[in-house]
Ligand binder design. Structure first.
Ligand code: UDP
Length: 376
């Protein structure tokens, strides 16, 4: 083993951020990825036919309340102001998301003021529910049956392949309900889109003389020997050869179409009805509204259970199904020389900003241990 050599498994945000911090501290870092490209599921590239910047693994909008993370990403790329304004088609009509005063007035054919709408929703919400545990309880308690069924029930069934009564309330807690006309999908203070895409950010972060990137190279246990420490951002269960079983994930299939002009007039259109087989349609050129294109690329997005060779996207944390995960987490804690990081390494549904925050913190902890001559 050569001293000062570190291995990062996975070339997404988690490993890129850690690799860079270690490299700047004079450590040699190898970053490997089994895929043929960097940036993980944040990967973006220009479509060859239309030149539109495409979010290959689905829409990624950067949003955060963490000023340090915002400054960090802005130090690697130029961000353009971008507000995520999502629409949904349900029961033959188009509505504004997240549920806001426009959605409520449009759905119930009313002209309510903010306080009237609050009172009205309160009157139709299920007040018998205490602290919501499931997705369905959360929805029934905060928006009531009609809005739940129009916007959440079918979509969630398609997205997660489960009835919302089997999913945790935390999934819905990601979305606000607003009694004003603010249709910004996120509540965060900072939001934007990288002008040259996400791949470029990761490429810039990894561009350091102490970092070597090797693509199409899957991790193998024997590699551990050659390094002082391994940061592993691959799937947690795969690291342990699935000895406790397979953790469930959803994967996504995208069906691409190219059209002349505009297709739907916005970046993301969700489809709330369970009869429509896709969850949403993304029209990528609207992620770069500062650019102009004659043609347009759309993705119809289909969600299904992840099988052996599929790309895992969303960890399915089922209410009451924690045993297998607990076993892996316990084992990971006992595994010397390896830190499990990121969405797949920790089996959590993480946004990009949280991933970066945790990677910055992990790098800081590691460097302080190294400086104090403690085992990493
Ligand atoms: N959701 C829904 N209808 C929508 C949008 C979201 O039912 O039109 C649900 C769905 O279960 C989703 C969750 O709310 O997983 C959180 O939404 P978010 O947009 O954060 O999901 P993401 O696209 O990031 O997975």
């Amino acid at each position: 083993m050569e001293a000062n050599m570190y291995l990062c498994v996975g070339a997404g945000f988690s490993c890129a951020v850690i690799a860079r911090k270690l490299a700047e501290a004079g450590k040699k870092v190898t970053v490997i990825d089994s895929r043929s490209h960097i940036a993980g599921n944040c990967f973006t590239e220009r479509d060859a036919e239309t030149d539109v910047m495409v979010h290959t693994y689905g829409p990624h909008i950067f949003h955060t309340d963490d000023k340090e993370v915002w400054d960090y990403v802005n130090s690697w790329a130029s961000f353009k102001p971008y507000i995520n304004r999502v629409k949904t088609t349900s029961q033959g009509k188009v509505f504004s998301l997240p549920i806001n005063l426009h959605t409520i007035n449009q759905y119930f054919d009313k002209t309510l003021s903010p306080s009237e709408a609050k009172e009205f929703i309160n009157s139709i919400a299920d007040k018998s529910i205490g602290e919501p545990v499931t997705f369905e309880e959360q929805a029934m308690k905060f928006v009531g049956k009609d809005l739940y069924e129009a916007f959440f029930k079918g979509y969630t069934q398609k997205q997660w392949g489960l009835n919302p009564s089997e999913l945790p309330a935390s999934i819905l807690k990601r979305l606000p309900v607003r009694f004003n006309y603010d249709d910004n999908y996120f509540n965060h203070q900072y939001q934007g889109m990288p002008e040259d895409g996400y791949t470029k950010i990761v490429e810039n972060i990894l561009d350091h003389e102490n970092i070597e990137v090797k693509l199409e190279l899957p991790y193998e246990k024997e590699m551990l020997e050659a390094y002082e420490h391994v940061f592993y951002s691959g799937p947690l269960d795969s690291y342990f050869d699935f000895k406790h079983g397979h953790l469930s994930y959803r994967t996504l299939d995208f069906k691409q179409e190219i059209h002349d002009g505009d297709y739907q007039g916005t970046a993301v259109m969700n489809y709330g009805d369970v009869e429509v087989p896709y969850t949403r349609i993304t029209e990528h050129k609207y992620f770069s509204p500062w650019e102009s294109h004659d043609k347009t690329v759309i993705y119809r997005e289909y969600s299904r259970l992840c099988e052996a060779d599929d790309i895992p996207y969303y960890p399915i944390r089922i209410v009451g199904g924690k045993d297998m995960l607990d076993k892996y987490v316990a084992e990971a804690k006992l595994t010397k020389k390896v830190s499990f990081i990121g969405r797949l390494g920790t089996y959590r549904y993480l946004d990009m900003d949280v991933t970066i925050r945790e990677a910055l913190d992990a790098a800081e902890i590691t460097l302080s241990k190294i400086n104090n001559n403690e085992p990493v």
